[in-house]
Design a protein around this ligand. Sequence first.
Ligand code: G3P
Ligand code: CA
Length: 290
Amino acid sequence: MGRPNKAYVWRRAGLLLVILLCVTFIVSASNPNSPEGFLIIAHRGASGHEAENTMAAFEEAERLGSDFIEFDVQLSKDRKLVVIHDDKVDRTTKHTGDVDDYTLGELEDMDAGKSTSSDKKDEKILPLQDVMDRFAGKMAMLIEIKDSKLYPGIEEQVAEVVRRYEQRLNSTDLKGTRHLKGIGGVENSVGIVIQSYDFESTRLIHNLLPNIPVAALIHEDQHPLSDDTLDALASFTAYIHYPKELLDEQIVQRIHDRNRKVIAWTIQNDEDMERMKELGVDGVITDFPG
Ligand code: G3P
Ligand code: CA
């Protein structure tokens, strides 16, 4: 038998390469922990670049290609949902006092640009509804219910807004909506995830909105989580959001063993980002998306 000619050898090598690529693709696509890829979640918007929780920060996150924008909600004096991190206005505006000392109209008049060094003007405290209208079908949103104990009933109000949003998206052909369904490899009707440090608040949201995935936000005081706590969280959450400083391979594995996603917060630099990827987390919440 003669030696195979060069063309034959190259064809065989090409075929082997194609098979290898297909196998790699199938293996990675069937990984139950990251079938849709690594999630980049813009913390309070792209808050490393623009004032946190403002339209400028959310639009910058969109421009940078984030998968989600994350933001925080509280209630105004007239019980309207507003997007602001603290329960006081002091840090992010030039005013003082509790968020619920002010009506929605008064909060909307405040300059919310104080939290960046650039002190951007004309960035306002936003009603939740405005953010959801602006990004409907375009960006996935991670909504954090803040200070649930301060605002009894806030979960029902958030649930009502999300229900209306869900109905709107399911009845309207909004650009990008299809992409948001199932984002992050989790069954998700409209690309909304709701999180809270308060596990009972998160459980209540899950009961009110069974189609919307919820995330347990782990505070450093709750670390390490016992197996019983993890089992309980896994019974109603899709994600466990863990402080990056406390994450190691073991906790990532324990969460993945329960078939839940691990998201690390809050990533501020490339070094942290690389470490999180090495640990095998499913995504990060970062001030510097993109
Ligand atoms: O999503 C994680 C992060 O938002 C929790 O911390 O204080 O920035 O709301 P905080
Ligand atoms: Ca938050």
